[in-house]
Design a protein around this ligand. Structure first.
Ligand SMILES: Nc1nc2c(c(=O)[nH]1)N[C@@H](CN(C=O)c1ccc(C(=O)N[C@@H](CCC(=O)O)C(=O)O)cc1)CN2
Ligand code: GAR
Length: 191
């Protein structure tokens, strides 16, 4: 039986992308990186791992639907059945949401519904909360409102700096995300 194929949508440093690639029994094959930021560090990581990259610049398209239709064609030609977002900072629109209903997953650096949106770590740090964490959730039409799949708490210490907190959060992300992906693919296979 051919392996399940997945695409990663990422626009940042790519540490979660790298963690997925290093997970030996991820239960799926990451065959494509989609990135909206030419020059993003994650693109170099894909090239080092010989993973095809599809880069696009939204401002070159008249509408979000136009660029999502082009991405959808690329995904379908590659036989993609799951999409994992990791630092992808674009809102997924109706075109991709409909085509990949229940198959688009995101990782977010807070205990949703606390601190949604961008700069979640800074939000938690600046409120001097005692705890924050990591959430893996399905994507829906809202922002960070999709069904939660898994969460893990990360303590905030009085001596913390935002960099120390970020490092602790990302260490949890790099363990949690691959573990959740593996479980999702195995559960799908059990259906
Ligand atoms: N339909 C959804 N798409 C995305 C979600 C989601 O929950 N539903 N999560 C985001 C990731 N994210 C936080 O986790 C997030 C990303 C981007 C934004 C945002 O306001 N983006 C603006 C500006 C983008 C830019 O110009 O850089 C936008 O795209 O309009 C908020 C939260 C991934 N996608
Ligand atoms: N709102 C979404 C969001 O803030 N996502 C966050 O972007 C970072 C990407 O890092 P990476 O590029 O090193 O994986 C991750 O910490 C992820 O949780």
């Amino acid at each position: 039986m051919s392996r399940v194929k997945a695409a990663v949508f990422a626009s940042g440093t790519g540490s979660n992308f790298q963690a997925m690639l290093e997970e030996r029994d991820l239960a799926c094959e990451i065959v494509l990186l989609v990135c909206d930021r030419p020059g993003a560090a994650v693109i170099e990581k894909a090239k080092q791992n010989r993973i095809p990259v599809y880069t696009f610049e939204p401002k070159r398209y008249a509408t979000k639907e136009a660029y999502e239709k082009e991405i959808l064609t690329v995904l379908q030609q590659a036989g993609i059945s799951w999409i994992f977002l990791a630092g992808y900072m674009r809102i997924i629109g109706p075109c991709l949401l409909h085509a990949y209903q229940g198959k688009i997953v995101n990782i977010h650096p807070s205990l949703l519904p606390a601190f949604p949106g961008k700069d979640a770590i800074k939000q938690a740090f600046n409120t001097r909360a005692e705890k924050t964490g990591v959430t893996v959730h399905f994507i829906d039409e809202g922002i960070d409102t999709g069904p939660i799949i898994a969460q893990q708490v990360v303590d905030i210490y009085p001596s913390d700096t935002i960099d120390l907190l970020t490092k602790r959060i990302q260490k949890v992300e790099h363990q949690l995300y691959p573990s959740v992906i593996k479980q999702l693919i195995q559960n799908e296979g059990d259906l």
